[in-house]
Design a protein around this ligand. Structure first.
Ligand code: FUB
Length: 339
């Protein structure tokens, strides 16, 4: 009996290990995976990459996605289900183009899908759609979230039930065009264009009780070095670019993000969900492809990172999502992953 149990354990372990770092699906291209455990099942909310035939540029016009498919599995290594189209751009009344990296949340019997898309004036806003089921279909609100801008929403719910949205991305994500508080259509295409000033920060806002709006001001997610000096615009290896995520481990808040043009995933920690944060280091080296985007989730007492690369296509805008293990070291640092 014991031998049989050990064999089952070993098979489970082997299946899981073989599954790690391999594309989760290959029948469609998927990217920017936001993973959550809802009702004991793992749900992944990715972008759905397509080849729209648009030439590659620094503005990210070649990422011209038009719908979302939600993936799920009962365990790491389990069979992955594609639940079909969960939200289509043509059903979002205010949307223009480019459905980028989404996230999801659950509260009081409703699932919320948060998504960035350019409005009809080509300005990125963040919208929300609701469903009674984690796999959708989702019904979008008629307008974007008031006061929202830029890309890559990540929603974190703290132990006290308060939810926060982290969002923003520079370059094609337009964050730098909001530096004055108002959108500047003719503004910088990259960053603040002054190497010696503090880098642009990711943004965070508390969500309202009904999860549909911001409740309170949009704040900066400040990241400083261990001497308390904010990271500078010139610090491309460490400063925030896009693709933020938040997780809590041992009562510490881990803000994680992509450094964009230098292709690292980095982390910074704080005692508060809104910071200020102290820079920690890289925790994932560059993947194949230009973009790097992730989420972190605890599943049955183990921590995992969902991410993407371009293994299947070799093309930067046709990505595939993957999962691997994440290590929290005893000193609170994150183990470095070599994808
Ligand atoms: O998928 C489009 C964009 O690429 C995302 O919004 C960014 O985070 C990057 O992964």
């Amino acid at each position: 009996e014991k031998e049989k149990e050990a064999n089952v354990e070993e098979t489970k372990e082997t299946t899981e290990k073989g599954f790690l770092t391999q594309p989760l699906v290959s029948h469609i291209y998927t990217a920017d995976p936001s993973a959550h455990v809802f009702d004991g099942r793992i749900y992944i909310y990715p972008s759905h990459d397509i080849d729209a035939g648009i030439p590659e540029n620094d503005n990210g016009d070649h990422f011209d996605m038009r719908d979302y498919h939600i993936l799920s599995m009962d365990s790491i290594g389990g069979e992955v289900t594609d639940h079909g189209v969960a939200l289509d751009i043509k059903d979002i009344p205010w949307a223009g183009r480019q459905l980028w990296a989404p996230d999801a949340a659950y509260k009081n019997g409703t699932y919320y899908l948060y998504f960035p898309v350019k409005d009809k004036d080509d300005v990125f806003r963040i919208g929300v759609a609701t469903s009674k089921s984690p796999q959708g279909p989702f019904t979008p609100e008629k307008e974007p979230i008031k006061g929202s801008f830029s890309i890559d929403p990540a929603v974190f719910t703290d132990d006290d039930g308060t939810s926060y949205m982290y969002f923003g991305g520079i370059w094609g994500g337009q964050l730098q065009q909001w530096a004055s508080g108002k959108f500047d259509a003719n503004g910088s295409k990259t960053d603040l264009e002054d190497p010696n000033v503090p880098a642009l920060s990711c943004k965070v806002a508390k969500l309202s009780d009904d999860m549909l709006q911001f409740d309170g001001p949009v704040q900066d997610v400040i990241i400083s070095d261990s001497n308390g000096k904010p990271l500078l615009t010139s610090d491309h290896d460490r400063r925030f670019f896009e693709g933020s995520w938040m997780h809590k481990y041992n009562n510490k808040y881990y803000f994680t993000y992509s450094t964009g043009d230098t292709h690292y995933l980095d982390y910074a920690t704080s005692d508060k969900p809104t910071g200020p944060f102290v820079y920690g280091g890289h925790f994932m080296n560059p993947v194949q492809g230009w973009t790097t985007h992730h989420s972190i989730v605890e599943i049955n007492g183990k921590w995992y990172i969902f991410y993407h690369d371009t293994q299947l296509s070799g093309k930067t805008h046709l990505r595939n999502v993957k999962v691997t293990e994440l290590t929290h070291n005893p000193d609170g640092s994150l183990g470095l992953i070599n994808p």
